[in-house]
Design a protein around this ligand. Structure first.
Ligand SMILES: Nc1nc2c(ncn2[C@@H]2O[C@H](COP(=O)(O)OP(=O)(O)O)[C@@H](O)[C@H]2O)c(=O)[nH]1
Ligand SMILES: [Mg+2]
Length: 385
């Protein structure tokens, strides 16, 4: 396998000289694979590129991709990865920093995982055995931990413990070779969360290996101040284009609309039925039952035509049986169980918690329950070409 270690640099001359001699010791330890190194330099004023060029005379595995000006880490990786795949015919791409914050000694451990059937190997600071620099200030640590957590939740990739790190190994075939680099949302560090989200969404088998993220000893950090905002912006754009998120949003709109119909229907049918010779309790029972049934029908229609339009039910026999199942499930998940939660909750804790238990029942039970039932039983995914 051809593995290309991509190292973007901006003013890393001193680190680069040392890094190349360290890599020269490490690469022979990986005889099973063809490991090459590609420096992607943005015309660093300190002459980083000269250092690489000098060493290239000694090491045939060393390459340099120059650039005209500093455009950000995301742009540098987009250039480097494209070059490694198209010109160097890489089977695997490694993301690696020039400044020794990623320990070069961990490279062979990462590469070993290739033979174990993984597609995406992540060096992780946030699993047992991994760490961030102890010398960092509290603020810096806090920002790193919280930023990573925001990323995990925002990307809906809770299974990955470190989503903001920059030391990774990605399979080209079926994964990176299908990524459209012109669609990168960020020119800077936030490209990382987008690539990670892409790999996970593509179904990559992920392996996280713990590592100690060292403090920088030479040169200056190039990370920009508002990187957190930039990352949040990228996550937002990712979700805006994520079919599962769009579907969940539509499901929410339809559900909310159903709730309003139910509420207005209760008022309307209370008036309509008020002439009937029943006590008010029975009238409200009937009014709510009618309104709830109308909202169930509306939920079914709009979810079928809009939310789950890709898996639309259209055969009449199927429509009938699926609607009956939907209706039954809605009575259970939308009426019976929430009523029980509200009834039990207010019985135990008092009536002033009524709204709290309503919210708890809807968001803690009905929403996840319906989402699960709709996806698994009502609108099962049709096989797609
Ligand atoms: N080519 C290039 N490399 C960059 C750019 N920004 C950062 N880097 C490199 O990316 C790596 C990580 O950057 P660094 O400043 O160490 O980020 P930090 O570890 O988060 O503080 C280093 O090797 C940098 O030299 C850029 O705009 N262009
Ligand atoms: Mg660094």
């Amino acid at each position: 396998m051809k593995i290309v270690i991509i190292i973007p640099t901006y003013n890393e001359r001193k680190n680069t000289r040392e890094m190349i001699s360290t890599l020269a010791e490490i690469i022979p330890l990986i005889p099973k694979h063809d490991v090459e190194v590609l420096y992607v330099d943005d015309s660093s004023p300190d002459g980083t590129a000269l250092e690489v060029e000098k060493a290239m005379r000694l090491y045939p595995w060393l390459h340099l991709l120059g650039g005209s000006q500093k455009q950000g880490l995301g742009v540098a990786y987009a250039r480097g990865m494209t070059y490694a795949m198209k010109k160097m015919h890489a089977d695997w791409l490694m993301e690696f920093d020039a400044d020794f914050q990623h320990p070069p000694r961990d490279i062979p451990r990462m590469i070993e995982q290739i033979d174990r059937g993984f597609d995406y190997i992540i060096a992780s600071r946030y699993i047992p055995g991994g760490s961030i620099p102890g010398a960092w200030s509290f603020d810096r640590k806090f920002l790193s931990v919280v930023g990573n957590l925001v990323g995990r939740v925002g990307l809906l990739t809770l299974g990955v413990h470190d989503v903001t790190g920059g030391f990774k190994l990605s399979r080209v075939k079926g994964f990176m070779d299908q990524f459209d680099f012109s669609a990168l949302y960020s020119k800077s560090f936030a490209y990382k969360v987008q690539l990670l989200h892409y790999m996970v969404q593509k179904g990559a088998r992920v392996k996280e290996l713990p590592f100690h993220f060292s403090p920088r000893t030479e040169g200056k950090s190039k990370i920009i101040k508002n990187e957190m905002q930039e990352t949040i912006r990228v996550i937002f754009l990712i979700q805006l284009h994520n079919p599962a998120t769009i579907k969940f949003f539509k499901f929410g709109v339809v559900g909310g609309f159903g709730f309003v119909i139910n509420y207005l229907g209760l008022i309307y049918f209370n008036k309509t039925y008020s002439g009937l010779p029943f006590p008010i309790g029975v009238i409200n029972f009937l009014a709510n039952a009618t309104a709830a049934e109308i909202s169930i029908i509306s939920n079914f229609i709009f979810n079928n035509l809009w939310t789950f339009s890709q898996d639309k039910i259209s055969r009449v026999s199927q429509l009938i049986s699926k609607f009956l199942a939907f209706n039954f499930s809605s009575v259970l998940g939308g009426i019976l169980v929430p009523s029980l939660i509200i009834g039990l909750g207010t019985q135990v804790f008092g009536d002033r918690y009524r709204t709290l238990f309503l919210v708890l029942a809807v968001f803690g039970f009905t929403v996840p329950y319906n989402w699960f039932i709709y996806n698994k039983f009502i609108w099962q995914k049709k096989p797609r070409a």
